[in-house]
Design a protein around this ligand. Structure first.
Ligand code: TXE
Length: 480
């Protein structure tokens, strides 16, 4: 059985303890390769390699760093088919989605930060003939990047690219649930000539690999995307060590549909914002609020379209939903359907595990699910489910829907459908959310601030925000 390897000091290596974990293909429900079960000793090796490489990499001219990153981006594109198939096999998502979204975005992440660093400038403050201040922005040193399973290579590169571009060396941990594309990526880094030690990718579990990254005294900044509970645990250990922290956590996003919307566009995009990637995107709109005059019309059209979605083989071009990422996660998502019914909800579509045939008979498939009749403040409407399950509710006034939308502990993304500019600007201001999309969803300009408020996270990624995060400032004041 194929073994995934760690990438430390420029080489692909076995974990020190030679222990491995099983890696499942969620579409067939079977182990298909093995992943290093690394521990703090491998983190020490990775850290030492990164620390050694730092002086060279941080002094490498930006243009040179940029060129190497651009070569990695080219290699991602040249290997798009292989990467997309690997992502699908590891995560369960349709190959088509990985080929159109995940892998192209990984290349864009590398290219975006490879060029952003060339345009990165810092401030100067002149004091009326007294002195002039200028701000130097220096790389931090060795930084840690920890990423989740839902958009594996996409989110992994979203962190690594700005860290490397700004001259840091990295110890990175992909999710143990979806390690494959990070492994293939490490091979591309070797091929592209990334100097040894600049990036170290170490595989394994959260407690044995993620935790030693967050507690390592030499790793001065942590960029993390994942669950809110894990984010809380990381903040607890990293804050007293005065580490810089960027936390991208969960969401329970409202999708607000006013009666004056472009109905067809709202419906078409709601299909995606509800069920893309089996609903396993932290930006998915899982609470749908529809203004009462169009509630029944929208609900019926949405239910009819959802029933037509194909849950099936991720390799088929006409598959809309592939497998849920793991057995444990499928069980968690199904338990929320049960909870919703206990809380008085009615399942309008889906609600069940899907039993496919042949090779896929043991896979973790689930119907896209719509639930009606729940109070906005019940558990189903407050807790992150992170699967193909949405709730739908009517509303009467703008004030009421803003209150319901803002009622959760999360505040990552919101979507608003209206033709009224005044209403959209009012909601843009009053929704407690890091991102508000009006008449669209998941339209991403990589320069914009990305992140959430409340328990959805701390800090912002994207554009110069990410370069600011991965640099330390020194103000130099010169007396005139
Ligand atoms: O996340 P975890 P999981 C949410 C979603 C999902 C839940 C759990 O609700 O159901 O999180 O998913 C590493 N110190 N999101 O289990 O556990 C872990 O190995 C350091 C939202 O995947 O947070 C993995 O690499 N690291 C989300 C990463 O943290 C630790 C996307 C994320 O794992 C660690 C995915 C520790 N103590 C899930 N424990 C989003 N916002 O995009 C675990 N890890």
């Amino acid at each position: 059985m194929e073994k995934i390897l760690n990438y430390i000091n420029g080489a692909l290596v076995e974990p020190i303890n030679n222990a491995y974990l099983d890696n499942y293909n969620p579409s067939i429900g079977k182990v298909y390769n093995q992943i290093p079960d690394s521990n703090e000793k491998d983190i020490d090796l990775g850290y030492n390699a990164a620390n050694e490489a730092f002086s060279g990499w941080s002094k490498t001219p930006k243009e040179e760093r940029s060129k190497i990153m651009m070569r990695i981006a080219d290699l991602i594109e040249e290997n798009l088919d292989e990467l997309a198939k690997a992502e699908s096999m590891d995560n369960g998502k349709p190959v088509k989605l990985a080929a159109h979204v995940d892998i192209p975005r990984a290349a864009s992440n590398m290219r975006f930060f490879a060029t952003a660093i060339l345009h990165y400038a810092s401030e100067s403050h002149e004091m009326d003939g007294v002195a002039i201040n200028y701000t130097l922005r220096k790389p931090i040193g060795v930084v840690g990047c920890i990423s989740p399973w839902n958009l594996p290579l996409y989110l992994f590169t979203w962190k690594i690219a700005p860290a490397l571009a700004s001259g840091n060396c990295v110890v990175a941990k992909p999710s143990e649930v979806t390690p494959m594309t990070a492994y293939l990526f490490s091979k591309l880094c070797v091929e592209a000539g990334l100097p040894k030690g600049v990036l170290n990718i170490i595989h394994g579990m959260g407690p044995s690999v993620g935790s030693p990254i967050t507690t390592h005294p030499g790793i001065k900044a942590i960029s993390f995307t994942g669950g809110t509970a894990t984010g809380k645990a990381i903040a607890k250990v990293a804050a007293p060590m005065f580490k810089k922290l960027s936390l991208e956590l969960g969401g329970k996003n409202p999708n607000i549909i006013f009666a004056d919307c472009d109905f067809d566009k709202a419906l078409k995009t709601t299909m995606l914002s509800s069920f893309a990637n089996q609903g396993q995107i932290c930006l998915c709109g899982s609470r749908i609020f529809v203004e009462r005059p169009i509630y029944e019309k929208f609900r019926d059209a949405f239910v009819a379209k959802t029933k037509q979605l194909k849950v099936g083989n991720p390799n088929d071009a006409d598959t809309n939903l592939g497998a849920i990422v793991s057995k444990a996660h499928l069980e968690k998502v199904l338990s929320y359907v049960q909870l919703a019914q206990e809380e008085g909800g009615t399942v309008l579509a889906g609600g069940n595990k899907v039993q496919l045939e042949g090779e896929l008979s043991e896979g973790y498939f689930m119907e896209p699910t719509i639930i009606e009749g729940l109070a906005f403040d019940c558990r189903t409407n407050q807790e992150e489910i992170f699967g193909p399950v949405v709730t739908i509710m009517p509303f009467d006034t703008e004030e009421e829907v803003v209150d319901m939308a803002n009622s959760t502990e999360y505040g990552l993304a919101a979507t608003v459908w209206t033709q009224d500019v005044g209403k959209s600007t009012r909601l843009g201001a009053s929704l407690a959310s890091g991102i508000v999309w009006v008449n669209c969803w998941l339209v991403r300009d990589l320069r914009t601030p990305f992140g959430g408020v409340k328990n959805s996270g701390v800090g912002r990624e994207g554009g110069f925000n990410a370069l600011n995060f991965f640099t330390e400032q020194t103000n130099v004041c010169i007396k005139l």
